[in-house]
Design a protein around this ligand. Structure first.
Ligand code: PGA
Length: 250
């Protein structure tokens, strides 16, 4: 049985005072009976204040990106070891905004994934097709290409108890969510790819859905057999809404 996971991706929003309030709000408001693993991913400068508010509690800390290289002369980058040092247990890699706005290729994403794993972080690997790709009937081909690049570079061990997030680009920040059936279809496909490659390991990989998840649509999405939680953008900036989503996930 996979434990559900809900991660809040705060993106580039807020000041440290908001981050402190939001982290404390989630920490204090999460119902004791919520069985999901809950992760908050603030912007880099707000990691320390969030880590302080989450310390000793059950909400985990994550980052939104990581450098694919080790510590060294890489101006502006943040290493996996720095994230561990800052208290992170998770890191998002390959978010579609990084791929489309900052030119991250499948190869770079694969290197980030492996680096995160080597440092002891759990990467949340984002995959997903654009609207044009969906309309052209290429969803499976795109998702398979993105997943295969990472699987081949990183190998089986890097995917044991791994986390993948299916985020159709057309659903991110648009208010247009994939239907539960559309999500399930791609999630089952992702699991079948992992299973074809590594057999039983696939049943232990958590596959999150992301893209305009709100408290109002989370329950139906999370009821799908291969949807193991969510990666939440906009709705994670409101502690009450985010907590409601977490409570609906298990
Ligand atoms: P959204 O973002 O929930 O605001 O659509 C999801 C994401 O980008 O991870």
């Amino acid at each position: 049985m996979r434990r559900s996971l809900v991660a809040g991706n705060w993106k580039m929003h807020g000041r440290s005072s908001n981050a402190a309030r939001l982290a404390a709000g989630v920490r204090d408001g999460l119902p004791a009976e919520c069985g999901a693993e809950v992760v908050l991913c603030p912007p880099f400068p707000h990691l320390p204040v969030a880590a302080d508010r989450l310390e000793g509690g059950r909400v985990r800390l994550g980052a939104q990106d990581v450098c694919e290289r080790e510590d060294g002369a890489h101006t502006g980058e943040v290493s996996a070891e720095m994230l561990v040092d800052a208290g992170c247990a998770f890191v998002i890699v390959g978010h579609s905004e990084r791929r489309s706005l900052y030119g991250e290729t499948d190869d770079v994403v694969a290197r980030k994934y492996l680096r995160a794993r080597q440092a002891g972080l759990t990467p949340i690997l984002c995959l997903g097709e654009s609207l044009g790709e969906r309309e052209a009937g290429s969803t499976r081909r795109v998702v398979e290409r993105q997943l295969t690049a990472v699987a081949e570079h990183c190998g089986e061990e890097a995917f044991r108890s791994g986390v993948v997030a299916y985020e159709p680009v057309w659903a991110i920040g648009t208010g247009r969510t994939a239907t539960p059936e559309q999500a399930q279809d791609v999630h089952a496909f992702i699991r079948s790819l992992l299973s074809a490659r590594w057999g039983e390991l696939a049943s232990g990989v958590r596959i999150l859905y992301g893209g305009s998840v709100k408290a109002g649509n989370a329950e139906r999405l999370f009821s799908m057999p291969d949807v193991d939680g969510g990666l939440i953008g906009g709705a994670s900036l409101d502690a009450d809404e985010f907590i409601r989503i977490c409570a609906l996930s298990g």
